[in-house]
Design a binder for this molecule. Structure first.
Ligand SMILES: [Zn+2]
Length: 846
């Protein structure tokens, strides 16, 4: 022990509660009296309040201070600067050898190294809690579980300390947790109100499920859009845990769910069958035993999707561990009425506590078995990868260095081996140039993640999807890629270097910046913010530059030196700095007379307006899509966006803005006068960027007049078994899948794109016909568009006849409609620029 903690006085005051509470959660267990229980530390029984995240961390700090069996580390920070912590618990000798234990575990997961003696290795158990902030029982369960492991005196608690290293993440989503906890605590009644209609049980929009940017972090283990998951996955690869938990809550009238999930239909195609068929049932027996003991109801195998690789319970399945999802009925608040009587917060916490203990017991009972499985997982990965006919995937975008860099870094973050491509290579319609493309061999330990990145899946055992049914990340990044058995691997890429471009010296008539690079919009916005006047050249041309004759595409930025409000020297300093910071190459021209194409003063050259963007948010609006847009503009452009609640729209003067964003949603709460104001504004030149169902609302208001695709509906059976309704109706949804679309490269929406074909992500059933104006459907699906994911035949027919992006002129303004999601989960780098083009060039689109 590091220090004696409790005073006699505090022992006296806490003892009377300690009995009832520890008896409820840990019947019959004795505890080391020198370690304060969570209740003693917090001053209230666990379950009485939603514990603030800083207090959760403080309790762990106290355990770290008092016990030699504990180590607390901070692995990163959330957007709102809350620390992300991991609490490690093991017996004294394992704590003394922690780094050696970690290295042996990493060695076990590396089939190129000798296999360590697993009989000597402790089980590595990662208990993860609270990825959804408004599913709060799990983080409270984490407090109690940590206490039990550190201070429990039972034989099992001692075995856990001896035979495992337990790594606890008390809250995967601290920002969302605090948002919800504040809500539940501040609306708590005395006595508590169980009525489900009470304000306590009905959070305000957007709720605490998501993180700062309204993202579901239980989808982010694959895309890694946020620091919570970036640091988590980096940490994960330092340990390769054997068993990983992910604790959730579901509806108040439900009971408890643990794995196995639904066989085949909800499983991931790259995970070995052994995980589902053999290991999950072994663990399930433990969960059942513990739940039977307390008389709590539960179910398994029915739903719960386990296929999308970005779930906290699926990512470990693709890394040789056993990922386990648990769901308890929620009290959502401190006490809520259900069909089985009032559900208390403490009841939901206890469900997760007993399953935490069951997980620990199962993990140590099957310690060697799970170690052998981890080894076997990575050995079979290499062997299967060697047999894969693709042999290698080659990828690279000739025109966009930043997006290449982001994708290579992304692969490295997932510990995938990447090599430089040694020779120019032509596969199908794509040319992969040496120096601008990379090779990923399939014969590598991360083979199953390689498949996740590069394979399109189209065949499914089921047709109902809880979530995305496609996740090919190379497509999300807009990477040209192909299977290339004959590709030659060059040097292995260990880190991704940013290019440095030399700034052209000497007197300039104008400067030019190509729009192809991913960060060109960020550079443009910074130039505008610095007071620099920037124009866009709307046709292709060739200029004499410091590097000789160069061809430029439509959409190239031009900074004319004769029309600036700031001094030349200041402008050049700013331009140099901004270009350097954003890795943009700057070209200098000394004349406006071009070698070919239009000249720099052509009528097809015009000023780029500085975007002033407003977005409506609040009830009825998709917080996910609004959050994706907010995050995109913050993190990829550095542009502020005014987020206005639909309630406050009556106070908005739209003439203070030039662009209004409407994410999917219904905007029925806007008053008639607000809609009239909107109509007036767009008639006078405003741009609305609208996503999916928002476009239907605009149609209903008469602001646009587009038509849905109508097909002769196939006759449905007149009656079907009641029990089949979910499957039958679910099969009609487009849960999230990938399609090939074709761009009109001359349209401003396509500026920065050089290739006609682009994969797009769709997760809606809205099929709108192309515009009656033949110039105004700049993105449509190809004849055979289906790339990956599930879609019904009927929907595919509708899709083929519909628009992906279309423009509806309205007076002097216009609506730019997106019927796909160009910013999905912060992962669709390949289509982000379409969305940004609508913001920067909306007024050049009709
Ligand atoms: Zn959840």
């Amino acid at each position: 022990m590091k220090k004696i903690y409790l005073s006699i006085l505090s022992l006296f005051f806490t003892a009377q509660f300690a009995f009832s509470q520890t008896e409820y959660y840990f019947p019959g267990e004795k505890f080391d009296p020198e370690i304060p229980s969570p209740e003693e530390f917090l001053g209230y029984p666990v379950g009485d309040w939603h514990t603030r995240y800083d207090l959760i961390v403080k309790y762990y700090e106290k355990l770290d201070e008092l016990s030699d069996l504990v180590k607390l580390e901070t692995i990163g920070y959330t957007h709102e600067h809350r620390p992300k912590v991991i609490l490690t618990i093991a017996n004294e000798s394992n704590m003394a050898n922690l780094e050696a234990i970690r290295q042996t575990q990493v060695q076990l997961a590396d089939p190129t190294q000798p296999k360590p003696n697993v009989s000597q290795m402790p089980s590595i158990v990662h208990l993860g809690y609270g990825v959804h902030g408004n599913e709060p029982s799990s983080a409270e369960a984490a407090l109690l579980t940590a206490y039990w492991i550190v201070a429990g005196q039972s034989e099992l608690a001692q075995r856990v300390r001896e035979e495992s290293v337990v790594l606890i993440d008390p809250t995967l989503n601290p920002d969302g947790r605090d948002r919800h906890s504040l809500w539940a605590n501040s609306n708590k009644g005395f006595p508590p109100v169980a009525d489900p209609l009470d304000r306590e049980h009905n959070e305000a929009w957007p709720g605490g499920r998501t993180n700062h940017y309204w993202y579901d972090l239980n989808r982010d283990w694959l895309p890694l859009a946020h620091p919570e998951s970036q640091t988590k996955v980096q940490w994960y690869h330092q340990w390769y845990p054997n068993v990983i938990t992910d604790f959730h809550e579901m509806g108040t009238n439900s009971t408890y769910f643990f794995e196995p999930t639904k066989p085949y239909g909800s499983e991931n195609p790259v995970v070995p069958r052994k995980n589902y068929d053999e290991i999950n049932p072994i663990f399930a027996d433990y969960f059942a035993k513990y739940m039977d003991e307390i008389g709590s109801l539960y179910w398994t195998k029915e739903v719960f999707d386990n296929s999308y690789p970005g779930y906290g319970s699926t990512y470990p399945d693709i890394h040789g561990g056993l990922g386990l999802v648990f769901e308890t009925a929620s009290s959502r608040g401190h006490l809520q009425a259900s069909q089985r009587g009032d559900i208390s917060f403490a009841f939901t916490i206890r469900n997760h506590v007993v399953n935490s203990l069951a997980t620990l017991e199962a993990a140590i009972d099957n310690r060697e078995y799970m170690h052998d499985y981890l080894r076997e997982f990575f050995e079979t990965a290499v062997a299967e990868g060697r047999k894969d006919p693709a042999k290698n995937y080659v990828f690279g975008d000739e025109y966009d260095e930043s997006r290449n860099r982001l994708f290579v870094q992304f692969l490295l973050d997932h510990q995938i081996d990447v090599y430089e491509n040694n020779a120019d290579l032509r596969v199908g319609n794509n040319t992969f140039k040496k120096g601008k493309s990379w090779v990923v061999p399939t014969a590598q330990p991360q083979y199953r993640m390689v498949r996740t990145m590069f394979e399109y899946v189209k065949e499914f055992a089921d047709s109902v999807f809880y979530d995305a049914s496609a996740w090919t990340m190379a497509a999300a990044y807009g990477m040209p890629f192909a299977a290339a058995p004959s590709a030659q691997s060059g040097v292995e890429v260990k880190e991704v270097a940013k290019p440095v471009f030399e700034f052209p010296e000497g007197k300039a008539y104008a400067y030019l910046i190509d729009w192809s690079d991913y960060f060109a919009p960020k550079a443009l916005y910074e130039l505008q913010k610095a007071g620099i006047h920037v124009e866009v050249v709307n046709r292709p041309f060739q200029s004499q530059t410091q590097e000789g004759a160069v061809d430029f595409a439509a959409g190239t930025l031009m900074i004319p030196m004769g029309f600036q409000k700031i001094k030349d020297t200041e402008l050049i300093d700013q331009l140099k700095n901004i270009a350097n910071k954003n890795q943009q190459k700057v070209y200098k021209v000394e004349t406006g007379l071009n070698l070919s194409g239009i000249d720099l003063g052509s009528n097809s050259v015009g000023a780029v307006q500085q975007p002033k963007v407003i977005m409506l948010v609040g009830p009825g609006v998709s917080s996910y899509e609004a959050g994706e847009i907010w995050h995109l503009l913050d993190s990829k452009v550095g542009m502020p966006i005014t987020k206005v609640n639909t309630d406050d729209f009556g106070r908005v003067n739209l003439f203070d803005y030039n662009t209004l964003i409407l994410a999917s949603g219904n905007y029925n709460s806007l008053s008639n006068s607000a809609v009239e104001h909107l109509k007036d504004w767009i008639q006078r030149g405003g741009t609305i960027v609208s996503l999916k169902s928002a476009s239907l609302w605009l149609n209903r208001q008469g602001i646009t007049n587009e038509s849905a695709v109508e097909l002769e509906e196939k006759a449905e059976p007149e009656s079907l078994p009641f029990a089949s309704s979910r499957d039958f109706e679910g099969a009609k949804a487009v849960g999230g899948s990938i399609y090939m679309a074709e761009l009109d490269l001359t349209h401003p929406i396509a500026y920065g794109y050089q290739m006609k074909n682009i994969p797009v992500y769709r997760n809606s059933n809205i099929f709108i016909q192309p515009s009656k104006n033949k110039y105004l459907t700049p993105i449509r699906y190809t004849e055979n568009p289906h790339l990956g994911g599930y879609i019904s035949d009927q929907n595919l027919e509708k899709l083929k006849q519909s628009a992906s992006v279309l423009i509806s002129p309205s007076g002097r303004g216009r609506v730019v409609h997106f019927f796909d999601n160009p910013n999905f989960r912060g992962a669709w780098f390949g289509t982000n620029k379409l969305f940004l083009n609508a913001i920067f060039f909306g007024n050049q689109m009709d």
